[in-house]
Design a protein around this ligand. Sequence first.
Ligand code: GCO
Length: 457
Amino acid sequence: MEYNGFTKDFVFGSASAAFQIEGAVSADGKGPSIWDKFSNTKGKIRNNDTAEKACDHYHKIEKDVALMKSIGLSAYRFSISWPRIMPDGEGLVNEKGISFYNKLIDELIKNDITPWVTLFHWDLPLALQKKYKGFQNRKVVDLFGEFTRIAVERFGDRVKNWITINEPFEFSCFGHLLGTHAPGLKSPRAYFHVMHNVLLAHGKALRIIKKLSPEAKVGIVISMTPIHPATDTPKDKSAAKIANEFMNDITLMPLYKGRYPEELWKRAVLFRPKIKKGDMDIITSPADFIGLNYYSREKASFKWYIPILKADISGSSTPEKQFIDAEGKQRTSMGWEIYPEGLRECLHHIKETGNNPDIYITETGGAFDDELSPDGTIKDELRTSLLQKYFKAASTAIEEGVNLKGIFLWSLMDNYEWAEGLSKRFGLIYVDYKTQKRTIKDSGYWYKKLIGEICGR
Ligand code: GCO
């Protein structure tokens, strides 16, 4: 058998995020999020695509859950849009927003699919950005706790798997340091403050959920991108080391060790936040699992003129058409190298840092330039072959002792890929954005077969 690591109770799911699929951005009393504003700002998004319609999932619950069922998924990870249920981020609760998620959760359960809910997948209520500077302000940490309480009170009778925050690093870095994501800031100070506050928000939310729903399982999702030195020179090696602290250990170390990576924290002296007494206790509150989002690796080379890091890690992430690069490596249409070994590497790194915690791969997958064939099928061999390699790496990691309990593929269907707009297709299901017709891709059928063979679903 090719995938010996997987047992019958392994969770085979797929994932999505509210802003990327729901559309209906101002329907039924939803308030605007920082992403509504950013995606409507000219020049920020490829082709100036907005997410106004996206996959129109808001109006297609039954259909989309039926598709999940037909693939055989045992779990579905989705996020709740904070401004959909609290238009201003605080105060008033929007009952129509609550009804939408109630309907989705009920439909999933009816179809024997376990809901996994992410509380924060980047679409912060715009009002909180305006009034408090968003997660730069610790006030918003408390407001996130309040939002969490409401979500658990309303949905916690049926939702037993919670993810507090999706990818603290990407949210802080792209949104506040590089300015390529909402809210579009370019401030090292904002970056480090948001990072710390988002981790605090995770710890606070975790405690709130545990108190209200002791039987629930709670975790956080981090992304990891192993960074290897571009050459064997000592300078590139130390560039890779600091870059790993910057992208990976900046979340992993505080969560499990209660401190930030040493060298990075030293170099960030002018920008880093004050860590108050008790902060690290909150951040290290024991979680039930950790979610890993894995896509690719990067290479780092020494560049003296890059502030703080003195390392360049931008080399391999330029979005291009899927291609074979100069070294003969296959890349996805995001420009990301297909590197299955890296998945094992990350899983082992978490195992060692976190004392062998339960892990879920909460996202993995790849974007390719899929097209509808004349016969109405989608022949996405490149994606299927990527998935086969990643599943093989995951299965090997389990055999090596990693406590990996499930995989959620990114993504259920093609969707709004943030600054890339509608130009990148990550789905197991193809979406025609004009007609909103969905077609299961060949990779979706491959996944269905795998789930059938292992779980008998
Ligand atoms: C992220 C998010 C997803 C992305 C996916 C592909 O990791 O950035 O969780 O929303 O769409 O990762 O880039």
